[in-house]
Unconditional design. Structure first.
Lengths: 423, 165
């Protein structure tokens, strides 16, 4: 270090003098324990965190702007990529919002399938949380178990929707294709295996003193603080507030399912962990009720040809695609069908002018879609209120005053997904 | 309360409240914003004490050009209210609500980042999702959808829409 004149200056303090200054370090944006590209500016006094500033935006992809340049139907394929661990929730919130603007409702069977896949998605999302949090706290075996179980769900998603992620399966007016018998059998198989597996996770982790010590009393967030910072989902319910959009403002028939909202009182990382395990059990309760209701056949898309997607799809060896019989129909048999197909695909549905805010309960909390239409064939504005975005604001009050290692556990317990935060 | 009752209660102080698609929207002037939020928060029948989201929409060529939108929820009553403030093109600023709702901090920064709407009294009104040196406010309707030059392996690659094969 030198001053402007180039004269060397003393860097080290006099011997015997204790250094009092704090250290500012960057954690992330590339760091194995920040759950993606989250950057934290930490001010440290030894091992103690005395200041923390989360910095986001590294994964911004302009999803909201992009939707304004695409048709209403194409919007589904954009929003599903926001929070990539809960694609079905993004799709559902968007489609419900657009359906409310259109003044239509999906057929009963489609609503059951939507609930079914939302709850399976909640389980798969919580499994990724369990796996990654386990890894961050040194429980590598839990990481392997979590991803093993999630893989079963990924295979179910792939068998039914053709894709493992970013399905665009829930569409305006229903779902894009019905679930077939082999798909339902796969879910029954999953339901038979999974309860035992959750018990297994619980017994591994609850008898592990390191896991319990590193989570109990760590990352406390009181109910008042959580609400002030807009925190929803398991972190809020861990503080004893039974706020759940599925119960408060039921959508897709959630009021007709039997399930409980899980709460804890301790408001720490351990409470969030135990809530998520119980939520997976509740989700399985809902899934089995859905499967019972699916015995009733019915349409999965609204009848109105001005809204419904024209093509019939089927899952082939390389994923989902246009059904060969449908292709033959529009290419060889019916000119009207071809014209209709062309018009629906290029222009699509036009939505009456207006605005709605549609919340759903995602694995991370309240996921809201504020959708504005000016009556055209494209959305005028799609705002995604992502729960991770709001939840992250609580990080400073959770980690300040604690140790760096506790900060890792606290952040993990919030389960932020940066795809949703940065959109 | 059901939406019509919420709207009726809000109208006692702020007359411009409507119900559409089961949602209540009240339009207030910029000067009334803090009063309105305090009123619906303190009123025992409303208790709208949870701020879900703050965002905006842009309507160039129309007055007001910007609408700033606040989505509120009541933790006790589980109902919602939307508060909207219209802003002129050449005067896109309004008071920050961070003191009342700490969660507004990032939401207001995002609205500034996307629309260039300034929130007076915000503790740290900087860009949040876009790079600090970004030029312009991308979600304004006057900004085109288009790529930017991307630095890749030491050279700048032009955006997709201006690239020729």
């Amino acid at each position: 270090v030198s001053d402007v004149a180039g004269t060397p200056q003393a860097v080290a303090p006099d011997e015997g003098d204790l250094r009092q200054e704090t250290m500012i370090i960057n954690m992330g944006p590339q760091h194995p324990s920040t759950h993606g590209v989250l950057r934290l500016l930490l001010e440290l006094d030894g091992e103690q965190v005395i200041g923390c500033k989360p910095i986001v935006g590294y994964l911004h992809t302009g999803i909201e702007k992009n939707t304004e340049y695409r048709t209403w139907m194409q919007g589904v394929t954009y929003v599903t990529r926001a929070d990539y661990l809960s694609p079905f929730f993004n799709e559902l919130a968007y489609c419900l919002a657009v359906e409310r603007l259109l003044g239509i409702e999906a057929p009963p069977r489609a609503q059951v399938i939507r609930v079914l896949f939302n709850e399976l998605n909640r389980i798969s999302s919580h499994l990724v949380w369990l796996a990654t949090s386990g890894l961050e706290l040194g429980a590598v075996s839990v990481m392997l178990y979590g991803f093993r179980e999630r893989e079963v769900l990924m295979e179910i998603f792939e068998a039914v929707t053709g894709l493992r992620m970013n399905h665009a399966y829930i569409r305006i007016g229903g779902v894009i294709m019905d679930i077939d018998e082999p798909g339902i059998d796969k879910i029954w198989d999953f339901l038979r295996v999974m309860p035992g597996r959750i018990d297994e996770f619980e017994s591994i982790l609850d008898t592990n003193p390191i896991w319990v010590e590193r989570n109990r009393g760590v990352g406390r967030l009181s109910a008042a603080d959580a609400l002030a910072f807009g925190v929803t989902g398991p972190p809020l319910r861990a503080a004893g507030v039974a706020m759940d959009v599925r119960k408060d403002e039921p959508y897709s028939g959630y009021e007709t399912y039997d399930f409980d909202v899980i709460t804890r009182q301790d408001a720490d990382a351990y409470a969030r962990y135990s809530i998520r395990l119980d939520e997976m059990r509740e989700s399985m309760k809902i899934v089995s009720q859905c499967l019972d209701r699916l015995k009733e056949p019915g349409p999965v898309m609204v009848e109105d040809p001005k809204v419904a997607w024209p093509a019939k799809l089927s899952v082939g060896p390389d994923g989902i695609g246009n059904d060969p019989a449908y292709i033959r129909h529009i290419m060889e048999e019916s000119m009207e069908a071809l014209i209709h197909h062309f018009k629906m695909v290029t222009e699509g549905v036009s939505v009456p002018a207006g605005e709605v805010y549609q919340p759903v309960e995602s694995p991370r909390g309240e996921l809201g879609m504020y959708v504005v239409s000016d009556g055209e064939h494209r959305p005028y504005r799609v705002k995604i209120r992502d729960p991770s975005f709001a939840n992250l604001q609580a990080i400073p009050i959770m980690v300040e005053g604690g140790l760096v290692a506790d900060g890792i556990a606290a952040i993990a317990s919030l389960d932020p997904v940066m795809g949703g935060v940065d959109r | 309360l059901i939406p019509a009752e919420i709207a009726g209660r809000v109208r006692t102080r702020f007359p411009d409240a409507v119900v559409a698609r089961g949602e209540v929207t009240v339009v207030v002037a910029r000067e009334e914003l803090l009063d309105a939020l305090a009123f619906v928060r303190e009123d025992p029948d409303l208790q709208l004490d949870f701020l879900s989201s703050v965002t905006a929409t842009d309507h160039p060529g129309v007055t007001p050009r910007f609408w700033v939108v606040y989505e509120l929820k009541s933790v006790a009553h589980r109902h919602r209210l939307r508060v909207k403030v219209g802003l002129a093109d050449d005067d896109a600023r309004l008071p920050s609500v961070v003191a009342m709702f700490p969660t507004a901090n990032w939401h207001e920064r995002e609205t500034w980042d996307f629309y260039g709407i300034a929130f007076d009294g915000h503790p740290d009104l900087t860009r949040i999702l876009l790079p600090d040196d970004w030029d312009g406010f991308p979600l304004r309707k006057t900004e085109e959808l288009g790529g930017v030059n991307t630095r890749f392996h030491g050279a700048f690659i032009p955006p997709v829409d201006t690239r020729t094969t």
